[in-house]
Design a protein around this ligand. Structure first.
Ligand code: NAD
Ligand code: 0WE
Length: 263
């Protein structure tokens, strides 16, 4: 059964074929959604266009979400192209590279501002801009990570930004619920993407979580896509303000068992 037949989805945060947003886009396409893409920087256009062509995406626009003006322009174009939309996917995160090494206590004021602006405030700005395009309700989904709740070495200011993103999910859900707009976040386990590739020791982190997670493996972009699918389809109609984990169960552990059992 196709779950998104007749629905229109605007997806932010595709950089290349490894992006979580691309896993979501492919799943939505398989389920009959009409899709639009927005990407963050001009250099990504040549990567994003061929992907868009694979799933019949016609609306492809650049938008730097740190700019109110670019967001306004983007939504004006989206209103022209789609009229109304049903789904908004926020799959964007960024902190200056130097903030993701060393200690959190050394975070700069500017690094903090940039990380929180691009990774958390942008969800608020996009939700506000999307609301007029969702007169019959809708579903908004963003991407988060467990480093918002527990200390993950070097995740640093991104952990604080994700905590703000998750809290924003609840406040937005309360504000937009009366308009039948649902707002949820997916907390994914570590996945090798462009954003992750820039992180020292990421391969070791993948190994560490795969050895300990209840499912004894990592998750992939398609598994995140299928959770976004139920959240954004009628299957998720009663769910809002929630953080849903797609992490092979890693977050439930209090004392992760080492791979070779103790005693
Ligand atoms: P990715 O690099 O493919 O996607 C990140 C996207 O953010 C890119 O498309 C980039 O262009 C965009 N972006 C950055 N600054 C922007 C700006 N100013 N304006 C517009 N777009 C901007 O990597 P990904 O891993 O797919 O990341 C997607 C989301 O998933 C992020 O929120 C990330 O924090 C989250 N996440 C990733 C993992 C992981 O391990 N990869 C785990 C959990 C959550
Ligand atoms: O949210 C993320 C990635 C966030 C990210 C990554 C980069 C690298 C390149 C944000 N900004 C930048 N800026 C850059 O210049 N993840 C959940 C993946 C991730 O990133 C980590 C992790 C995990 C997991 C960083 C340190 C420790 C763990």
């Amino acid at each position: 059964m196709k779950l998104l037949e007749g629905k229109k989805a605007l997806i932010f945060g595709i950089a290349n074929k490894n992006s979580i947003a691309w896993g979501i886009a492919q799943t939505f396409h398989e389920h009959g959604a009409e899709i639009g893409f927005s990407y963050g920087i001009p250099q990504l256009e040549r990567r994003v266009r061929p992907l868009a062509a694979q799933i019949d995406v016609e609306f492809i626009e650049m938008c730097d979400v740190s700019s109110d003006e670019e967001i306004a322009d983007l939504f004006q174009k989206a209103a022209g192209h789609f009229g109304e939309i049903d789904i908004l996917v926020h799959s964007i995160g960024f902190a200056p590279r130097e903030e993701l090494a060393g200690r959190y206590v050394d975070t700069s004021r500017e690094g903090f501002k940039i990380a929180l602006d691009i990774s958390a405030y942008s969800l608020v700005a996009l939700a506000k801009a999307a609301q007029p395009l969702m007169p019959n309700g809708g579903s908004i989904v963003s991407m988060t990570y467990y480093g918002s709740e527990k200390v993950v070495p070097h995740y640093n200011v991104m952990g604080v930004a994700k905590a703000a993103l998750e809290a924003s999910t609840r406040y937005l859900a309360a504000d937009l619920g009366p308009d039948n707009i649902r707002v949820n976040a997916i907390s994914a386990g570590p996945i090798k993407t462009l954003a992750a590739a820039g992180v020292g020791g990421f391969r070791k982190m993948l190994g560490y979580t795969a050895e300990r997670a209840p499912l004894r493996r990592n998750v992939n972009q398609k598994e995140v896509g299928r959770t976004a699918l139920w959240l954004c389809s009628d299957l998720g109609s009663g769910v809002t303000g929630e953080v849903v984990y797609v992490d092979a169960g890693y977050h439930i552990l209090g004392m992760p068992e080492p791979p070779e059992k103790w005693g």
